[in-house]
Design a protein around this ligand. Structure first.
Ligand SMILES: Cc1cc2nc3c(=O)[nH]c(=O)nc-3n(C[C@H](O)[C@H](O)[C@H](O)COP(=O)(O)OP(=O)(O)OC[C@H]3O[C@@H](n4cnc5c(N)ncnc54)[C@H](O)[C@@H]3O)c2cc1C
Length: 293
């Protein structure tokens, strides 16, 4: 089935503020979000950054009905030295009527006042976010896809991830109704990176500080889960996500369709690098599980 191309707009920076030392919140405005509607709390957009720091130019929608696949082929055909960088981000907040979209960027190259580099160095998106100022422009395709499904009959939501997953985890926790419980296991650089969310749901937050000897998968392994049905959502560094998912399904006995999982970034690889065989296998598993849900 052809996946239709979501709307593409140019967003202007109208605000920038720190959430924590290593996370910067950027507010984007556009004259028209082309009918964009919020999809789900972990909804994602593709952002486009011009290589010369100006206005990114991407191909228009194909007229042959080939949708996302056809458009992506045209995007890849743009010579690399002028092709805008494309990166995936979570929509932290969207108000189409006010023409506002908010995105929280992890500054993985260090950040203002950072205690240390969490590893990997800057990429173009992190670099842009660190220095973005009023009037700067970024291309926005979407919002489109999300993997969070509103579960039925599972009062416990286990939300696992690193800093890149916090925008989605925060949005999920904030939307949970009374009578549900959010169990969050999140790996961050240190105490200054922890976040607080308002919610009607009960919250149980477990913060894992990087470099203190406990990895994210180990923290999940040692977690005592409530004796009630659990729906799990896992995102962050791809190999950690894989390990957590394997544990939840293989050792905790969660049904595959009760675990939503997405690798958000890959160690020592950029988002320009092609998917590995393992990435493709994960995507197929995720789609199969969603189909059974
Ligand atoms: C659906 C989805 C939603 C996402 N939502 C968000 C979001 O809301 N906020 C957010 O900040 N990120 C989010 N991410 C992750 C983000 O897209 C990646 O971190 C991306 O690689 C950043 O692009 P870049 O240009 O800065 O780095 P790239 O050019 O892609 O990579 C450069 C180098 O940096 C390393 N690197 C990339 N990300 C990190 C990191 N977080 N920590 C340490 N090293 C890193 C890479 O391994 C590579 O070596 C999301 C990803 C997906 C798939």
């Amino acid at each position: 089935m052809t996946q239709p191309l979501p709307p593409y707009v140019l967003g202007r920076v109208t605000g920038a503020e720190p959430v924590t030392p290593l996370m910067r919140r950027i507010t984007l405005e556009a004259d028209d979000w082309c009918g964009a509607v919020p999809v789900a709390p972990d909804q994602q957009v593709k952002l486009f950054f011009a290589r010369d720091g100006g206005v990114p130019e991407v191909p228009g929608a194909p007229e042959d009905g080939s949708g996302v696949a056809g458009w992506y082929a045209r995007y890849l055909a743009v010579p690399e030295d002028v092709r805008p960088w494309m990166r995936s981000y979570t929509v932290r907040h969207l108000d189409p009527d006010e023409g506002v979209m908010v995105i929280d960027f992890v500054l993985h190259g260090g950040g203002h006042g950072a205690a240390g580099d969490p590893g990997g160095g800057h990429g173009p998106a992190s670099h842009w976010a660190e220095s973005a100022g009023l009037g700067d422009v970024v291309g926005v395709l979407g919002p489109a896809i999300a993997t969070y499904r509103t579960p039925s009959g599972e009062p416990v939501r286990l939300l696992v991830g690193d800093e890149t997953a916090l925008p989605a985890i925060g949005a999920i926790v904030e939307q949970l109704p009374a009578g549900t419980r959010a169990v969050v296991v999140a790996e961050v650089a240190g105490p200054a990176e922890e976040q607080v969310w308002g919610s009607e749901a009960e919250q149980e937050l477990h913060w894992v500080h990087r470099g203190t000897g406990l990895s994210l998968p180990e923290a999940v392994r040692t977690l005592a889960l409530p004796d009630e049905p659990v729906f799990a959502w896992v995102a962050g560094e791809a190999s950690d996500v894989r390990a957590v998912r394997r544990h939840l399904v293989g050792e905790r006995g969660l049904a595959k369709q009760s675990v939503s999982f997405t690798g958000y970034w890959r160690r020592d690889m950029t988002q320009d690098d092609a998917p590995t065989e393992q990435d493709m296998a994960d995507a197929a598993e995720q789609m199969a599980a969603a189909g059974q849900g």
